[in-house]
Ligand binder design. Structure first.
Ligand SMILES: [Zn+2]
Length: 354
């Protein structure tokens, strides 16, 4: 292949216009054909323009890769050149496939896109991706994910204008707008090019792959994806959600009764509240010990809001008021490393019928 570099870090393998025979029949076969982080370049009708797609920043979120594989199998010439970036191939390949968000002891790649840049392989890969994006100057970027729990689809952006709305509405009518900066790829939007995150729904939800494929088909084939002319759908906005996180040293489990002497037990059915309302009477789980020793809920300004939104009654956890939850996970690993869920005030979203 290309010249070997002195370090272990090889960046992205480059693959231009792969033919039908070389991409496998299934998404898993396609994954196995990828030697590592891969950049696939597809020639479009207008090669003077290009768009980028990133997926598999997290190795256990296959819907974006499924959609890319479908596009490659269909061999439809895109409207403009398309650059697909598939970074966490090694994590995704661990048997039986699409299980690991990242390899053990590796950093979360989607937390590596803002300074200070470290020396880890993930930091280098994130910077390499940014370097290629700057060089190719795509008119926009979409980053396709799955939620860890079962969920309806939604888009996330740190920036709000028509171009971001237009990109999200290729996939879904739900749009989360957040000021919270975690080092995720979409945060390049402000300084580089319009970039949105698409959460297609849970990796286990069969409709997630269909949504990713339908959206990617529009993204690659439409002449113009940055104005709202392509849709008459009105978006439902959720502004500045609050993240509910475990306090360092506290633990979490999922069950129908209290499972920990010290920590949080959430009801396993909690993921069914994704994008649904919960009221002050909806039990969410159990708390052993002091609520604020177990959980924290920071708003995007870093202000602690836990007791504004949650209370305990005889060791049972309830909201204090009607709120809407999303990105609810029932995976304790993700709850520990990332967050339990996001929430917004029930009246904070501009509702459409839903
Ligand atoms: Zn993800």
């Amino acid at each position: 292949m290309e010249h070997a570099s002195a370090s272990d870090f090889n960046g992205f393998h480059h693959w231009k216009n792969p033919d039908r025979q070389s991409i496998g029949e299934t998404t898993l076969e396609f994954l196995k054909k990828l030697p590592g982080p891969t950049h696939i370049h597809i020639s479009g009708k207008d090669p003077s323009r290009c768009r980028a797609v990133v997926t598999l920043l997290h190795g256990n979120e296959p819907s974006g890769l499924h959609a890319i594989h479908e596009m490659l199998k269909r061999r439809i010439e895109p409207a403009v050149d398309i650059h697909y970036f598939i970074p966490s191939v090694d994590a995704a390949k661990q048997a039986p496939g699409f299980i690991y968000r990242m390899l053990p002891h590796h950093k979360d790649l989607n937390r590596c896109f803002s300074p200070p840049y470290g020396e880890s392989e993930q930091d280098k890969l994130a910077q390499e991706l940014l370097r290629i994006l700057v060089a190719q100057a795509p008119e926009c970027v979409i980053d396709i994910h799955n939620t860890s729990g079962s969920s309806p689809p939604f888009g996330v952006t740190t920036f709000m204008n028509e171009r971001h709305e237009a990109l999200v509405s290729l996939f879904t009518h739900r749009m989360i707008v957040t000021d919270l900066l975690l080092g995720s790829l979409m945060e390049i939007s402000e300084s580089m090019m319009p970039t949105v995150t698409i959460e297609c729904g849970g990796a286990q939800d069969p409709e997630s792959n269909l949504l990713a494929t339908a959206g990617l088909n529009k993204y690659t084939s439409y002449e113009n994806v940055l104005t709202l002319g392509h849709t008459d759908m009105s978006l439902e906005f959720f502004h500045n959600p609050i993240r509910l996180e475990l306090v360092e040293g506290s633990d979490i489990a999922y069950g129908d009764h209290c499972l920990l002497d010290d920590g949080v037990t959430l009801l396993p059915g909690i993921e069914h509240f994704n994008f649904g309302f919960v009221s002050a009477q909806t039990q969410l789980g159990f708390i052993s010990g002091e609520l604020s020793n177990c959980l924290q809920a920071n708003d995007p300004n870093g202000e602690e809001k836990l007791l504004d939104y949650f209370r305990t009654v005889d060791g049972e956890l309830y909201p204090t008021r009607r709120i809407k939850l999303f990105m609810v996970t029932t995976n304790p690993e993700i709850a520990r490393k990332d967050c339990l869920f996001y929430l917004v005030e029930a009246n904070a979203s501009s509702e459409v019928s839903d």
